[in-house]
Design a protein around this ligand. Sequence first.
Ligand code: 5GP
Length: 202
Amino acid sequence: MPGPRELTLRPEHAGSIPAVTVLAGPTAVGKGTVSQYIREHYPQVSLSVSATTREPRPGEVDGIHYSFLSHPQFDHLIEQGKMLEWAEVHGLNKYGTRRDTVEAAIRDGQHVLLEIDLQGARQVRQSMPEATFVFLAPPSWDELVRRLVGRGTESTHEQHRRLETARLELAAEPEFDAVIVNDTVGQAASRLVEVMQLPAQQ
Ligand code: 5GP
């Protein structure tokens, strides 16, 4: 059941099965954790593999978690018009979704999930307005701060910068078709699959 802050799908989406679902939300809300959970538990969801210029973290596999590219390789894809969307995230690295892989998956009848940042979600809204846009929200502001500080991967200066960004990003919630509160990862993932109108578990 949706929680009190969660929206049901807009009427024009109810009953039609979306081919593309975009999951966005503020920094540190847990988009990566939810998509990792989806990857492990919901094989019926085709999770788009983003391209990025950032270095792989321990355990990340090229072609599964990201397609890791050099800056020139990434810029070449942009110049060739191959990106459905792309953004420089936190002013550090570029991340983007290749148009051809998403279109091939749709042609294959798959349900594609894009886990991207807000700037990217807005670009997809322009070129694929028929997609479903889902906002992953933190249970509260304090919890978002706790998650960002708790994961300990950023310096204090960087944490402050990201929290400033998160404040702006939270204000974007009304732009989305559905809101899912990320209280526990399993519940958030199951709500997301529900919004995608896929079978709960295979
Ligand atoms: P991370 O480096 O922690 O994996 O991801 C950092 C941010 O980049 C997250 O907010 C994530 O949603 C975003 N991101 C990942 N892939 C893409 C993408 O293909 N396009 C855009 N616009 N953002 C992405």
